[in-house]
Design a protein around this ligand. Structure first.
Ligand SMILES: Cc1cc2nc3c(=O)[nH]c(=O)nc-3n(C[C@H](O)[C@H](O)[C@H](O)COP(=O)(O)OP(=O)(O)OC[C@H]3O[C@@H](n4cnc5c(N)ncnc54)[C@H](O)[C@@H]3O)c2cc1C
Length: 418
């Protein structure tokens, strides 16, 4: 039974803001004050910076903040992916070392999971971590790491036991990115942006205690991060700038704008279904019966996708761990993105592949066409989402595996054996 009800949450948030919100504070000072009060992350446990407010009442706190234009906790991959993982798996000591700087926005995070030889088959990763006195020494290569250039910390998966089966020899670390052993190289994408990177790890160092969960137990920890990533939807990764005009809001807007640079093309990656009807209506193809039908089909699916995302969000709000509805929401979203992109391209005709201000929607259609494929890959491909739904939601037999029970050292793979 919670100590909170709707009235006490609303009163608590309101009186904190009346006493403490000052729109002219430097952002860092305001966030320190906010974190100290517990109202930055009210739904987190009391021993983890929060107030143990039930998830179902979190909206009331957000409403109080927006009523007075107060700036909230930082957003981004640290809050959306690292924080829930640390809350679920890290010891009090480890969580205590990292959570505060995530909430204040002092540390940005990235996710060092995928490797050239292991994406869908993530448990086949070969980056190794070896204990050396008070530190772990990490060697290997990661790839497709979004936001690695601005991140201070990384969620890192590395193999610590080559004699255990592949899912059991992995450990989840917190890697400090700013060190000589971490070499980040941007990758240019086909839409022209370079939001993800290759990351080369050469004798990179991690303090011995910066392990999330058990040594060798990193797979279960990684599943938590991945489950949150699926239910997230790309939009939640980039912060919405606050509305106010004081110093705090101004600095928060600058922070948001800087962070959002990595994600500027993410709305296009979602196919811009919101623009399909207006694009058609304003074009010279508005009378085309087939195009009209395809456009309204996108509109209907957009509304269905909205309800799927809402369902996934409500699951979290009800305090349950994200489940298969995350895979469903992600699949629905990528299907919608592809359909919306196809309608945009059909309406635009040949200019769909031309960039520049005099092309379709001032180059936006070309960006949509080149960005949409990413959604079906990032955070687990469509095929992998279908496997998850088949196995975990529908109870179908597991996909046959030939390498899950043998020591990883003996697994055949396309990289040199260690
Ligand atoms: C925009 C974007 C951002 C990303 N950001 C990050 C990041 O920050 N950090 C990070 O670690 N990674 C990131 N990734 C990487 C992403 O997680 C991987 O690309 C993804 O998991 C797929 O792995 P892969 O590219 O190696 O493809 P592969 O695993 O090689 O897959 C190739 C094809 O085979 C299919 N396939 C593979 N296995 C199966 C199977 N068992 N059943 C059916 N089909 C299968 C796949 O569906 C796919 O079509 C990002 C990717 C994108 C596009």
């Amino acid at each position: 039974m919670s100590e909170w009800d709707a009235a006490s949450v609303q009163d608590g948030a309101r009186s904190f803001l009346e006493e403490s919100w000052d729109p002219d504070l430097p952002l860092a000072e305001w966030r320190d004050r906010l974190v100290a009060s517990g109202w930055a992350v009210p739904t987190w446990p009391r021993d983890r910076l929060g107030l143990a407010v039930p998830d179902s009442l979190a909206g009331l706190v957000a409403a109080e903040f927006s009523r007075v234009g107060a700036v909230g906790a930082a957003t981004g991959a640290g809050m959306s992916l690292a924080a829930p993982t640390l809350l679920a798996h890290a010891s009090e000591e480890v969580a205590g070392r990292f959570l505060r700087r995530i909430v204040t926005g002092a540390d940005k995070w990235c996710q060092l999971f995928s490797e050239p030889g292991s994406g869908s088959d993530l448990a086949g990763l070969t980056t190794r971590a070896e204990r050396d006195g008070d530190e772990w020494v990490v060697n290997g290569q990661k790839v497709w790491t979004t936001g690695a250039r601005s991140a201070a910390k990384a969620m890192l998966l590395a193999r610590t036991d080559w004699d255990a089966p592949k899912h059991r020899g992995i450990t989840y670390f917190v890697l400090p990115m700013d060190q000589p052993g971490v070499d980040v190289r941007p990758l240019r994408q086909m839409n022209g942006y370079a939001s993800f990177n290759e990351v080369f790890l050469t004798d990179a160092r991690i303090p011995a205690g910066d392990v999330v969960g058990e040594i060798g137990g990193g797979w279960a920890v990684a599943l938590t991060t991945l489950a949150h990533e699926r239910t997230l939807g790309a939009s939640r990764l980039f912060p919405v700038p606050p509305a106010g005009s004081g110093r705090t809001a101004r600095e928060a807007a600058e922070e948001a704008a800087q962070y959002a640079q990595t994600y500027v093309w993410y709305p296009q990656r979602a196919g811009r279904p919101d623009l399909v009807l207006s694009h058609l209506a304003e074009s010279n193809r508005a009378g085309d019966a087939v195009l009209r039908q395809r456009a309204i089909d996108v509109e209907i699916r957009q509304r269905v996708a909205f309800w799927n995302v809402a369902r996934a969000r409500d699951t979290r709000a009800a305090g349950r761990q994200p489940g298969p509805e995350g895979s469903l929401a992600k699949l629905t979203g990528t299907d919608l993105a592809r359909r919306a992109s196809a309608v945009h391209a059909a309406v635009a005709g040949p200019s769909a592949v031309v960039t520049g201000s005099d092309s379709a929607l001032a180059g936006l259609v070309a960006e949509i066409v080149a960005s949409v494929p990413a959604g079906s890959i990032a955070g687990g491909t469509d095929e992998i989402q279908r496997n998850i739904l088949g196995e975990r939601a529908l109870g179908l037999p597991r996909e046959p595996s030939v390498d899950s029970d043998v020591p990883f050292r003996d697994v055949r793979r396309n990289l040199p054996k260690s």
